[in-house]
Design a protein around this ligand. Structure first.
Ligand code: TXA
Ligand code: MG
Length: 340
């Protein structure tokens, strides 16, 4: 059941479902989450089943009160409090040593736990009214692009879950930045709205960044194929920015000969340059990377709705949230065509 949020009674109803061990999807400022009582192992198992998610891929626990940090984590470094004061509620997830109270089902048996405080009134109210921390992965079937509106959650789950709280489109459209604070040097395990450089500047120390190519990924989720549309996505990274449109046009011409249905994902400024593609979707102005991030996942699904075979995607500058945009596009792509 998809429910538009009209008042707190609706959120109370959702909280009652959480207390009963049911799954409830809810909006956050990043993407929609599929929520469950974080302290109820049986309920948590339902999440993995509903998503088709490997059980070694741990979940983020969402809190509404800073006091819950100590309930769930131990050996908390002072930097966690500095970061919480600056960025919470907001799109930043901490990895910390876990307290025993955190079920193995949440952490995939790791000794650490992921925690964040989302910046969304509905999410915060839901957590408060449920009187428990809420574990929530993104509310998509495993491997698919994360949902940025309630309709997309419904597209993946239909009536498989007890309730979908509809809070409209999410602000960022990409998942939170995940920073491992359990050991020094701290490291960014997943890029997001808050960049590594911004965190380094704030903490005045070097932070490393986990590479996807690591044979032993530090964040288990990184080893799985992610965010993938049904179409084949080709990310085009030209040797110099000036030839991007030319390279994509060449690829359109090539795939056209193969009788493929072709989509192009591009910035507003370039949309008119492409000829003979079946569907061109501009995700926003290059002057506004946040607009591009908020439209990205929805756009990938739009290509699927149009039954596109090949998506040719432009690449974007890897500055600030641009790093996260390129990370998601890279992981959604079946191949990157780089350095022509
Ligand atoms: O913005 C977000 O973070 C959204 C909203 C709903 O909060 N949630 C989200 O959850 O993206 P999910 O499950 O799709 O991604 C969680 C990521 C995965 O890459 C997982 O491997 C990592 O966090 N993670 C969770 N616990 C971890 C841990 N203890 N150590 C390392 N990585 C962990
Ligand atoms: Mg996810």
């Amino acid at each position: 059941m998809v429910v538009k949020i009209s008042n707190n009674k609706v959120v109370q109803k959702a909280a009652n479902l959480i207390k009963k061990g049911e799954l409830v999807a809810f909006p956050t400022e990043t993407v929609y989450g599929l929520g469950v009582d974080a302290l109820n192992p049986e309920a948590i198992r339902k999440i993995f089943q509903a998503k088709g998610r490997p059980s070694d891929n741990p979940l983020i626990v969402h809190i509404a009160d800073l006091k819950d940090l100590q309930v769930l984590a131990e050996n908390i470094p002072k930097e966690a409090y500095f970061l919480a004061e600056k960025y919470w509620p907001g799109p930043l997830t901490f990895i910390l040593d876990r307290q025993k109270i955190v079920p193995d089902e949440i952490t995939g048996r790791l000794e650490t736990v992921a925690i964040r405080m989302p910046k969304n009134e509905i999410a915060l109210n839901l957590i408060k009214l449920s009187e428990t921390p809420i574990a929530a992965p993104s509310a998509n079937k495993s491997g698919r692009p994360s949902p940025t509106d309630a309709e997309t959650v419904f597209e993946d789950f239909g009536n498989e879950i007890a309730m979908i709280l509809d809070g409209g489109k999410t602000e960022f459209g990409l998942e939170s930045t995940v920073i491992d604070l359990s050991k020094k040097p701290f490291s960014v395990l997943r890029t997001g709205a808050i960049s590594k450089e911004e965190l380094e500047e704030f903490l005045r120390e070097k932070i490393s960044i986990a590479s996807h190519a690591d044979s032993k990924p530090k964040s288990p989720g990184m080893k799985y194929k992610h965010y993938a549309p049904k179409a084949e996505l080709v990310l085009v990274i030209p040797a110099e920015a000036g030839i991007l449109c030319f390279q994509i046009q060449k690829l359109i011409n090539y795939y056209k000969l193969e009788k493929k249905k072709i989509g192009v994902l591009c910035r507003n400024e370039n949309a008119k340059n492409y000829k003979n593609a079946d569907l061109v979707i501009s995700v926003g102005s290059i002057k506004n990377l946040k607009e591009i991030s908020s439209n990205l996942f929805r756009t990938l699904r739009q290509f699927d709705h149009a039954k596109i075979d090949i998506i040719l995607s432009e690449s974007f500058p890897e500055q600030g949230i641009g790093q996260a945009i390129m990370d998601r596009l890279t992981r959604a792509s079946s191949k990157s065509i780089a350095n022509f």
